[in-house]
Design a protein around this ligand. Structure first.
Ligand code: HEM
Length: 554
């Protein structure tokens, strides 16, 4: 048995070696001899069978070599670890791809190739390389790969995840950007607020403070993510659907709490996306993932149907109405280009809602955990608010320039947690090259944001949490140049369209929470800050405490 195993191992090695490396004729002879060494081991009766096996291997080898991508002159083949047949480098990538791929970038450089299953994936690291690919060669790296799991998101019609043709994606992205800009800047119902976005966020953040106080009175501690996610979801629900939900609404709660599971499957490196036969094996994770997407789609579809039945051209209430309006206008326009279906247009709201609550609630929940882990930073932030905003009114968006330490804290949360460790996977739209390496069309590309944010050539002591790194030399102002080095919203053509809303919401929620509350540990509870890998990395669910700040200094 052991002899047979060794024989098989050598055969594998033979195919594998010749399909992954450049070889001379001498290598070929050496390997052929090595494979022939097996013949006496398996016995004379099997010699003819072994010869047939060897001939088959040679044929497979020749076929694979013929199928190998030809590298254009002047360019090099991508470096990277050797893949194992069928599974590729899945074992080396492991459960924390942001860490393993960062380690590999030290060995292979800022552009290298791994293989997940049968599929080659190019991994980009290093700020210069990422900028070169996503900005200077933006068009060539703007595609999305056609991954199995992406087919279930928004019924395969997602703006962010589907591999739509460039024209369709561009038209939808433009519509989504317009709708977001328009509905976040319209006038608020009260002159107290600069715009409707500020009004939504302030009201939800103030309500969150009441909810946390109530939870403290009722049970003496609370799960921060459970409450934050509903408040954040309400802001985007207000803009997309013109409604908000109670913190005890079972339907919304069960939906928003599923985002962890969603992120785990969609995070870069999900084996079922890269090893085709895994799709046909029973998988609890994929079953759950499909169920989550069904629930999410049904939730949004119900609201969209209600909007269609109450739609009034003269009263556009929210983003859903404005997208329906766009479709209606198009029907009246004889010259309109109908390449994007109504379903795909109204379906944009599904992406905005999903991206709008998961990212910001993850960022805010991490912040509260960091505040508890670094109480001296929490105190310094509160004192800055007390001094520059006071305790008589809630902070506003316009207070931002007077709160440099809060801005620095936010940047350090983005950098240190890098809770979006990779962008959504990209894909090349044509044959291209980067740093002298050839990358064929339709190659899946992972952009390692975590590596850029922890690169020791950019950051001093990258693993230390220190908001001060984003302050000017005199410690008084926010250092914008330093902040621009942090990569969290992606770059270039696929850069996040919710960045302005995301930054505004994160800032205002945090400012209001910090002004009104002090967060603490539950005595005796350990704070585990190890992230759980996914598209957005979450902290482990935990119990925290909070107390209301007094108007006068304690
Ligand atoms: C702190 C908050 C947020 C962070 C850190 C964040 C980060 C990101 C990242 C890294 C990407 C992928 C970029 C790429 O693939 O290269 C992305 C894409 C996207 N984000 Fe955000 N995001 C945030 C908030 C939002 C919000 C509030 C919305 C909408 C209301 C939104 C909507 C989108 C959409 C639609 C895409 C897909 C764009 C495309 O594929 O063309 N995001 N975001």
């Amino acid at each position: 048995m052991r002899h047979m195993q060794a024989h098989l191992d050598r055969c594998y090695h033979f195919i594998f070696y010749f399909t992954t490396e450049r070889h001379s004729g001498r290598d070929l002879i050496k390997y052929f001899k090595m494979a022939l060494m097996n013949l006496p081991v398996v016995g004379p009766v099997l010699v003819s069978e072994s010869l047939v096996a060897m001939a088959t291997l040679c044929l497979v080898y020749l076929l694979l070599r013929l199928m190998r991508t030809k590298i254009p002159e002047g360019l090099q083949r991508l470096p990277g670890p050797k893949p194992i047949p069928i599974i590729g480098n899945v074992l080396e990538v492991g459960r924390n791809p942001h860490l393993s791929l960062t380690a590999m970038s030290v060995r292979y450089g800022p552009v290298f190739q791994i293989q997940i299953g049968m599929r080659p994936v190019v991994v980009l690291s290093g700020s210069n390389t990422v900028r070169q690919a996503l900005i200077k060669q933006g068009e060539e790296f703007a595609g999305r790969p056609d991954l199995y799991s992406f087919h279930f998101i928004n019924d395969g019609k997602s703006l962010a995840f589907s591999s739509d043709q460039a024209g369709v994606w561009r038209a939808r992205r433009k519509l989504a950007l317009c709708a977001l800009r328009c509905f976040s800047t319209i006038e608020a119902s009260s002159s107290e607020y600069s715009c409707v976005l500020e009004e939504h966020i302030t009201k939800e953040a103030e309500y969150l403070v009441t909810q946390l106080s109530t939870a403290m009175e009722a049970s003496g501690s609370f799960d921060p993510f459970r409450h934050i996610v509903v408040s954040v979801a309400n802001v985007i629900c207000g803009m997309c659907f013109g409604r908000r939900y109670s913190h005890d609404d079972e339907e919304l709660l069960s939906l928003v709490n599923l985002s962890d599971e969603f992120g785990r499957v969609v995070g870069s490196g999900n084996p079922a996306d890269f090893i085709p036969f895994l799709r046909f094996l029973p998988s609890c994770t994929m079953k759950k993932f499909m169920a989550i997407n069904d629930r999410f789609n049904n939730f949004v579809q119900k609201i969209v149907t209600e909007h269609y039945s109450t739609y009034d051209k003269n009263n556009i209430r929210d983003i859903t109405d404005s997208l329906i309006d766009h479709c209606e206008d198009r029907k009246l326009d004889e010259n309109s280009n109908d390449q994007v279906s109504d379903e795909k247009i109204v379906g944009i709201v599904n992406d905005l809602f999903g991206a709008g609550f998961d990212t910001i609630s993850t960022a805010l929940s991490w912040s509260v955990v960091y505040l508890v882990a670094y109480p001296e930073v929490q105190e310094k932030l509160h004192q800055e608010l007390r001094k520059n905003v006071g305790m008589d009114r809630s902070p506003r968006i316009s207070d931002k320039p007077n709160l440099p330490f809060l801005e620095a804290f936010i940047m350090e949360i983005f950098r240190h947690s890098s809770f979006l460790p990779f962008t959504i996977p990209h894909c090349t739209t044509k044959d291209t090259s980067l740093n002298g390496f050839f990358i064929p069309k339709d190659t899946c590309v992972f952009v390692n944001q975590w590596q850029v944010n922890h690169d020791p050539t950019t950051w001093k002591e990258p693993s230390t949490f220190s908001p001060e790194r984003f302050l000017d030399a005199d410690g008084m102002g926010f250092n914008k140049l330093e902040a621009e080095k942090v990569l969290v919203f992606g770059l270039g053509k696929r850069r996040c369209i919710g960045e302005t809303i995301g930054r505004t919401e994160f800032f205002l929620f945090l400012a209001i929470l910090l002004q009104k509350m002090r967060f603490h540990k539950v005595p005796g509870h350990l704070l585990d800050m190890t992230p759980e890998y996914g598209l957005t990395m979450k902290h482990k669910r935990c119990q925290l405490r909070a107390s209301l700040r007094k108007r006068e200094q304690d």
